[in-house]
Design a protein around this ligand. Structure first.
Ligand SMILES: [Zn+2]
Length: 422
């Protein structure tokens, strides 16, 4: 009886171990979705076409992921072809995928935004998984120098996931994330793809590393083992995780230094948003009518931690009254406007120098003119006095000659008179 019970127990343990082994052996299934394709070109700018770029990245990601053990990788499509968003999610569902990575490149309406972002489903375990993966993915992207625009959710007006691929994948029961690697229409992001396909393949390998870390994969071929990789934990939210629609709570500026000679102003700016970090800042010299291009807000500590304040220098135009203000945006591109600082016109030093030179030149001209006038005034009396002197001398000579003639005449007369007497 005891032997029989022991026999049943051993059989049970063996069955459990076989089941466990079967479970462990179940290969991980990952689906990569190159964004766009066929008629759907995606973003286009200066010769860059998104659908071509995503296909290169996706193929490189697949090749790299296949170097890891225990993973099966599929592309939703490996040719440049049309494929509906729903079909891509259904494909992942049919493959019983553990995750779908949707690869994209971004662009903005005014071509003024830059950086990488990861969009994740807005609720439940799909949010938690998407965000945990997104944190690793963003760590990888920012390590290359890309600027993070965040790991975010977006909802449509029916409170569903805005991005179809996240919405359909959630319906199919497949965790997912949409990766916007960077902007293909901004100079700041160009260094990450402008050298051609090899650079795009590098991004694909980076995506693969993030996925491998998230799933704790190891590869003898690559000599890496991420089985103990500390995947950041994300609490499963009770409801929907909504995007931040409110502007940063703090946005303040002050001018800390103003160089009257160069017009260089040092502006100290403070900005803070409780829900996300600060993304960009920009300034206006005309009370908010026109703005400078958005600049990255500094993150000296970590890629997901924006500084409380920072100082920047701007050059103010001379001879103009400036009404300076600034704006700061949060991760969802919601902008807050600062206080205004009125700066009295700074006189243009070049203009002042020019005017001073002109003034001195005018003074010199005036002085020369006066000198010449004075000279003429003095020469005239000289000339007249010369004339007087000539007249005086001539008169003197005439008087002398008259006197001599008189003496001579008198002497001759006396001589003649004397001779007659004798
Ligand atoms: Zn796209």
């Amino acid at each position: 009886m005891i032997r029989k019970r022991k026999w049943i127990l051993l059989t049970g343990i063996a069955f459990f171990l076989i089941c466990l082994r079967a479970q462990a052996a179940k290969p991980l299934v990952l689906v990569i979705d190159p964004g766009h394709g066929g008629e759907n070109l995606g973003a286009q700018y200066e010769g860059y076409t998104e659908k071509d770029m995503t296909l290169v990245v996706a193929e490189a990601m697949k090749t790299e992921l296949e170097k890891y053990e225990g993973v099966t990788v599929y592309l939703t499509h490996d040719q440049d072809q049309d494929m509906s968003i729903k079909d891509r999610a259904v494909f992942a569902g049919e493959k019983n995928a553990d995750f779908l990575f949707c690869l994209h490149f971004n662009s903005s309406v005014e071509h003024n935004l830059f950086g990488a972002e990861v969009w994740v489903p807005a609720g439940g375990e799909f949010y938690a998984k998407g965000r945990s993966f997104g944190l690793i993915q963003m760590e990888e992207l920012t390590a290359t120098g890309l600027y993070s625009r965040g790991i975010k959710t977006r909802l449509n007006d029916r409170d569903e996931n805005y991005y179809g691929i996240l919405r359909y994948c959630t319906q199919e029961g497949v965790p997912s994330a949409l990766i916007e690697h960077c902007h293909l229409d901004h100079d700041k992001d160009k260094p990450f793809y402008q050298q051609g396909e090899e650079q795009l393949r590098e991004l694909g390998r980076l995506d693969a590393t993030a996925a491998a870390k998230y799933f704790g994969l190891k590869s003898e071929l690559l000599g890496v083992d991420y089985s103990d990789y500390p995947v950041p934990e994300t609490q499963i939210p009770s409801g929907l995780v909504r995007p931040d629609k409110t502007e940063p709570e703090l946005c303040y500026i002050e001018v800390t230094n103003l160089n009257q000679e160069t017009g260089e102003a040092t502006v100290r700016m403070e900005a803070e948003d409780g829900d996300s970090y600060i993304l960009y800042s920009r300034y206006s010299l005309d009370n908010g009518n026109t703005f400078s291009l958005p600049e990255a807000w500094p993150r000296p500590e970590a890629w997901d931690q924006s500084a409380k304040s920072h100082s920047f220098t701007i050059y103010l135009p001379f001879d103009e009254r400036i009404t300076l203000c600034a704006q700061a945006s949060n991760g969802f591109d919601v902008w807050a406007q600062s206080n205004t600082v009125v700066i009295d016109p700074i006189p243009d030093p070049e203009r002042l120098r020019r005017e001073e030179a002109q003034r001195q030149e005018a003074m010199l001209r005036e002085a020369q003119k006066n000198y010449r006038e004075i000279s003429y005034d003095q020469e005239e009396p000289d000339a007249s006095s010369d004339g007087v002197w000539v007249i005086v001398v001539i008169a003197g000579i005439a008087v002398c000659m008259l006197f001599v003639s008189f003496v001579l005449a008198k002497t001759i007369y006396l001589l003649i008179k004397g001779n007659k007497k004798r």
